[in-house]
Design a protein around this ligand. Structure first.
Ligand SMILES: *Cc1c(COP(=O)(O)O)cnc(C)c1O
Length: 376
């Protein structure tokens, strides 16, 4: 896979900040709580394996991914920690998970019955670790009635299964209005009360719940996603309650610089025309790298100063106006700090009409990831 090591554009990932964020969340929870680090989607764009290792070294006791392929990539890289696949895995692939000791989310009795049949034929080497998903109001996956949930718990007593966990997921934990959230908590509590023996992992909290609903967490484990990366799950709607530090910075550099004459235009559509002579730099990053085309009209940071993007963002390159001459090689910050100025993932998200999650996860493989510890 091409990783763009040689082009002067990188995503700088501060693993000390990541570990700091885990510790911050840990301090706010009861002493026996566990944190599962959510590293799906290439660790929210930051790189699956380095982030998983840093999270485990920094206080997380396990990992969550979205799909079985991501879990197997962790195992292939020597990571043996508890790993839960949050999405639904096709029954026919579940044996792979069982044999690799990967935990799967199960959301229906049907699925369990099919695996029960399959296991008689295939005879997996190890029991399949199951987390039952409870749909308390998210409407995505999981059990929607208690009687079926209880039947599932019963079926899990068969030797091909290990009942390792149960969990739910909130739809509005990042909203100032908590009425819907409270109804979900009530629903969830009914499922907890409906069984005699709870499994080892009981989890309900995503980042937003860990930030704004600490008092209602009736579980021993939290799933820490966007907050581990130092981002606010609500965008700007709610104030952070923990001292979170941003983990990811997107940095490029000038590859070409010229004096643009008054009257000359820039980029596709010739939408920008210089009113006077000015310095113009070209950067080796574009929308195919995950810097959205709709950032046209936004700004970057050069030497601690905001500089306007000139004309349309191209697939692989973009142009910015400089306040004065800067040489080829000068760093340019598209997300992160430069001097006393900062462009946050939220700033980018607002301009692009999306959320900070999408800004991070869209950064493509062509952007080289660089890892460091800010307190080195
Ligand atoms: C993605 C995901 C999370 C993490 O969400 P954040 O908002 O990033 O904390 C937690 N639980 C489930 C089920 C998820 O799909």
């Amino acid at each position: 896979m091409i990783n763009g090591r040689l082009r002067g554009t990188s995503l700088v990932v501060d693993l000390a900040a990541l570990q700091h964020n885990i510790q911050e969340q840990k301090k706010a929870l009861p002493a026996n709580s566990r944190i599962l680090a959510v590293v799906k989607a290439n660790a929210y764009g930051n790189g699956l394996v380095p982030v998983a290792n840093a999270a485990l070294n920094g206080g997380a006791s396990g990992l969550c991914v979205a799909i079985l392929d991501e879990a197997l990539a962790l195992r292939d890289n020597g990571i043996a920690a508890m790993t839960l696949v949050l999405g639904i895995t096709p029954v026919e692939n579940a044996v792979i998970a069982a044999n690799a000791g990967i935990s799967l989310t199960v959301g229906s009795l049907d699925w369990l019955e099919q695996y029960h049949q399959l296991a008689q034929v295939i005879k997996p080497q190890k029991p399949l670790k199951v987390h039952l998903g409870v749909d308390s109001g998210m409407g995505r996956i999981g059990f929607t009635d208690i009687a079926t949930f209880q039947q599932a718990v019963e079926l899990l007593e068969n030797p091909e299964f290990e009942f390792e966990g149960m969990f739910t997921h909130f739809a509005t934990a990042d909203s100032p209005d908590d009425a819907y959230f409270k109804r979900q908590v009530q629903q969830w509590q009914k499922y907890i009360d409906s069984i005699e023996n709870l499994p080892p992992y009981v989890h309900m909290a995503n980042s937003a719940t860990g930030l704004w609903h600490q008092g209602v967490i009736t579980a021993n484990t939290i799933r820490m996603g966007i907050s581990m990366y130092g981002q606010n799950p609500s965008g700007r709607d709610l104030k952070l309650t923990l001292d979170l530090q941003p983990v990811s910075s997107l940095v490029s550099s000038i590859v070409f610089v010229k004096k643009l004459k008054a009257g000359r235009s820039v980029s596709y559509g010739a939408t920008y025309t210089a009113a006077k002579d000015e310095w113009l730099a070209t950067l080796p990053i574009g929308y195919a790298d995950g810097y959205p085309r709709c950032m046209t009209g936004f700004k970057v940071l050069v030497d601690g100063q905001f500089c306007d993007i000139a004309g349309r963002v191209c697939m692989d390159q973009m142009m910015v106006k400089l306040p004065k001459y800067y040489p080829v090689g000068t760093p340019v910050v598209l997300m992160g700090k430069s001097g006393d100025k900062e462009i946050t993932a939220n700033d980018l998200a607002e301009q692009a009409g999306t959320i900070n999650y999408e800004i991070l996860t869209n950064i493509s493989n062509r952007v080289h990831r660089v890892y460091h510890y800010s307190n080195d």
